[in-house]
Design a protein around this ligand. Structure first.
Ligand SMILES: NC(=O)c1ccc[n+]([C@@H]2O[C@H](COP(=O)([O-])OP(=O)(O)OC[C@H]3O[C@@H](n4cnc5c(N)ncnc54)[C@H](O)[C@@H]3O)[C@@H](O)[C@H]2O)c1
Length: 252
């Protein structure tokens, strides 16, 4: 098992990509703390991980508020004593044309995707520095952080910011042996992408943009996250890893 005796915190771990990461990390021997909005989904994921023989802690909270972030990190430290792996996965996405994005919508994306990632990153990094045993931080970005998609200006901007945040943190935290990398998924089947997947003409046309001609699964992303979290990537930091079926390499 690749994460034996590790403690991992996964924000947005109740469903979708975050859930797949929590399930995979637990199967690899980590104790996993998962946070998110909505107690029911958190409890359902926790019950599944426990059934599989894993150890799990849940925390319902909102990553855009510093007091809730501090309570979340405190609860993991109080329960398990430290954090070795952080996955900043919590995120939101709402489609809107650039000319129609409201200030509220802009702030909503910035506060959850970008500020939330900063708040959790800084608090957990401070714990990792204190622990003096290094650590691995994975920032959930997107191919939208590397190239622009129409009707996603606010979302694209948060993910581009997350990539630079990962590089900036990697630079300053390397001498503590804290590695920070960004993971850039393409189109993955989750609640976020369900409306498009459930629309046959739209998804048939969208698949033409993906050289591998299939939608990605959350498990495609948890496999990459496992590599980034484990010692197998021990010399990798400040990197943005793309897992997208080849979507971003295509010019037309
Ligand atoms: N699905 C995709 O195609 C795709 C592609 C690239 C990147 N991503 C990124 O992956 C991450 C997960 O996406 P998903 O598709 O699994 O989404 P999802 O909607 O299925 O899950 C999102 C998770 O984040 C949590 N969350 C949302 N707002 C929160 C907040 N304010 N505070 C705390 N937790 C909050 C939710 O409770 C949930 O657990 C996001 O950062 C998303 O931008 C998704």
């Amino acid at each position: 098992m690749r994460l034996n005796n590790k403690i991992a915190l996964i924000t947005g771990g109740s469903q979708g990509i975050g859930r797949a990461i929590a399930v995979r990390f637990a199967a690899e021997g980590a104790k996993v703390a998962i946070s998110g909005r909505g107690l029911e989904a958190l409890k359902e994921t926790a019950a599944y991980i426990t059934e599989q023989g894993g150890q799990v802690l849940i925390f319902e909270g909102d990553v855009q508020y510093k007091d809730q972030v501090n309570q979340m990190v405190d609860s993991v430290i109080n329960q398990w004593g430290r954090i070795d792996i952080l996955v900043n996965n919590a995120g939101v996405n709402h489609t809107a044309a650039f000319l129609e994005i409201t200030e509220e919508d802009w702030d909503w994306h910035m506060n959850i995707n970008l500020k939330g990632t900063f708040l959790v990153s800084q608090r957990v990094s401070l714990e990792m520095v204190k622990q003096n045993q290094g650590g691995s931080i994975i920032q959930m970005s997107s191919v939208n952080g590397l190239a622009a998609e129409a009707d996603q200006a606010h979302y694209n901007t948060t993910k581009g910011g997350i990539n630079l945040l990962a590089m900036s943190m990697a630079l300053e935290l390397a001498h503590y042996n804290i590695r920070v990398n960004a993971l850039c998924p393409g189109f993955i089947e989750t609640r976020l992408t369900k409306p498009l997947i459930d629309n046959p003409p739209a998804i048939t046309s969208y698949l033409q943009t993906i050289p591998m001609k299939r939608v990605g699964q959350p498990e495609d992303i948890s496999a990459a996250a496992l590599f980034m979290a484990s010692d197998e990537s021990s010399y990798m930091t400040g990197h943005c890893m793309v897992v997208d079926g080849g979507q971003i390499i295509k010019l037309s």
